[in-house]
Write a protein that binds this ligand. Structure first.
Ligand code: SF4
Length: 513
């Protein structure tokens, strides 16, 4: 929960948002000015300027029963049908009026959800490996440190002025689910209980993998590194040119060695001064009788006798009735909670065997294959920046692939972004699609640029290779063709790609412009 003083503090700022939303939605404020104000409250106007969205911060993707009930209640109250998860582990509610946004923002504070700083030039939701604390084989539970970082950043948010947004993340396993090696600041758990710290990376225009700025950091020193990055960014970030203001551009200006030196210059006096050590209480997990169980989407936690169930809402759009079923199913389960993963999977954790079966049954209807777990941003029908309807295209591709009866392992997960901003993380997708335009015979054709062989795993990070552009309306057909081609080889997609599929551009030449 948020501290009472924080609730009071954030609530006291709401009149600024009220004034802005009233003026914008009544046509008295332009979109650019509104964005400058609404973003810092975690809200943006949608395309067309008639409706807006709100982004609910969920540090580490933690969605407890109370937060879940709150979201369901607000969706019922306002008939909200578009609930979208994001790669920063937040939940966005869409198609809202200005007054509805304000009311949700206000009431959310009573349920431990602060939306402020969810957009604009602010420290964004601090993400962490969604299964941190429960995943077998993890290094250690990073969530308590992520939560401390989130609390610290929210505390200083109104005292600092950053050149652009700052994304901080924590990773507890090599899966690098939160892309900690290529965020603005990433803490990566090590076998010896320390963190390696990576900084100044990011996807989008001019993407960069991060660079390691510290090794063997005692987790109690986490906040010194958070503050050092904030101070480095404020000292060396670009306040003149927004297009070059993200942290990764500091490396263009300072060089990698220069950036590391600047970071250490900011860190040293903080460490010398002290006073920022943290020793967060470890999370306690319930103890339940061991009742062995197995089945689709049911996985054992590192705590003996506990299980989690994975449910992946197709396209990251969670149907309200799915949230209602989950909420009903876990209402009387001791310690059960939901974790929102960056790839849109919802994990329902802390279940005994019988509870896991019950929750599994309550979460039927999600993605059934790896391909159906493809990740998409919200796309251009909603997002003002968007060039292409990434979300609608993914749904069209899934419909076509289902109808064609493509076998389960013939297609990989796609990652789809409606524009170069890479909110669908297309640049590290095995197959990535990025909304764009391409001039063909003098005419602008709406396309998705196709990249292949990207990877976000720790130690194997790689941006995908560009192989061409697919017209938007041919993407479903292209997916079916690719699936049929792979299936005909008798191999799964990965095996096919490293053999017959090496010349992917050649295979897909009829679909590329
Ligand atoms: S990638 Fe582009 S279209 Fe998609 S959410 Fe981000 S800014 Fe919007």
């Amino acid at each position: 929960m948020l501290m009472a003083k924080d609730v009071e503090f954030f609530r006291a700022r709401l009149p600024e948002f009220r004034d802005a939303e009233e003026r914008f939605f009544s046509g008295q404020m332009n979109a650019k000015e509104y964005k400058g104000i609404s973003g810092k409250f975690g809200s943006y106007a949608q395309k067309g300027g008639q409706l807006g969205m709100i982004r609910l911060r969920m540090c580490g993707g933690h969605l407890d029963k109370d937060k879940l009930s709150f979201i369901i209640g607000e969706c019922r109250r306002y008939g909200i049908s578009r609930i979208h998860t994001t790669t920063c582990e937040t939940i966005q509610l869409h198609n809202l009026t200005g007054d509805q946004i304000l009311d949700i923002m206000d009431r959310a504070l009573d349920h431990g959800i602060n939306t402020q700083g969810g957009g604009g030039d602010n420290p964004r939701n601090v993400s962490a490996t969604s299964l941190s604390g429960v995943e077998p084989g993890e290094k250690f539970d990073v969530y308590p440190y992520a939560k401390a970082a989130e609390t610290y950043l929210l505390d200083i948010m109104t005292e600092i002025r950053l050149p652009r947004k700052l994304k901080v993340t924590f990773s507890s396993s090599d899966r690098n689910e939160t892309h900690a090696t290529f965020r603005d600041l990433g803490f990566i758990a090590q076998d010896d209980g320390t963190f390696d710290v990576w900084a100044a990376g990011g996807l989008g225009g001019n993407p960069k993998f991060g660079i390691r700025v510290a090794e063997g950091v005692d987790p109690s020193k986490t906040l010194y590194h958070v503050r050092a990055m904030v101070d480095t960014f404020m000292k060396h970030g670009n306040y003149e040119n927004r297009a070059r203001a993200r942290t990764r551009y500091m490396r263009d200006d300072l060089g990698d060695e220069g950036f590391i030196a600047a970071y250490n210059e900011a860190l040293a006096p903080l460490l010398e001064r002290g006073g920022m050590d943290i020793h967060p209480e470890p999370i306690q997990y319930p103890v339940k009788d061991v009742k062995d169980v197995s089945g689709d989407r049911i996985f054992g936690q590192k705590q003996p006798g506990l299980y989690y169930v994975a449910y992946h809402p197709v396209g990251g759009d969670v149907p309200l009735e799915a949230l209602e079923r989950i909420s009903d199913a876990i209402a009387d389960i001791d310690g059960a909670e939901v974790r929102v993963a960056p790839d849109s999977t919802l994990y329902i954790i802390n279940l005994d065997g019988a509870e896991a079966l019950r929750v599994r049954d309550a979460t039927e209807g999600g993605a059934g294959t790896l391909f159906e777990t493809s990740v998409s941003c919200i796309g251009s029908t909603i997002c003002q920046q968007g060039l292409r309807d990434s979300s609608g295209t993914l749904f069209a591709m899934i419909d076509a692939v289902r109808e064609a009866g493509i076998p389960d392992n013939a297609l990989p997960r796609f990652r789809i972004s409606g524009c170069v901003s890479s909110c669908g993380n297309h640049q590290v997708g095995m197959l990535g699609l990025q909304g764009a335009s391409k001039s063909v015979d003098g005419k602008a054709v709406p396309v998705f640029n196709l990249t292949v062989n990207g990877c976000g795993l720790e130690g194997k990070e790689r941006f995908g290779d560009a192989v061409g552009a697919v017209p938007v309306d041919r993407c479903p057909e292209m997916a079916v063709f690719l699936g049929r081609t792979v299936a005909a080889s008798g191999k799964d997609f990965d095996a096919w790609l490293s053999t017959e599929g090496k010349d992917l551009a050649g295979v897909l030449r009829d679909y590329l412009v």
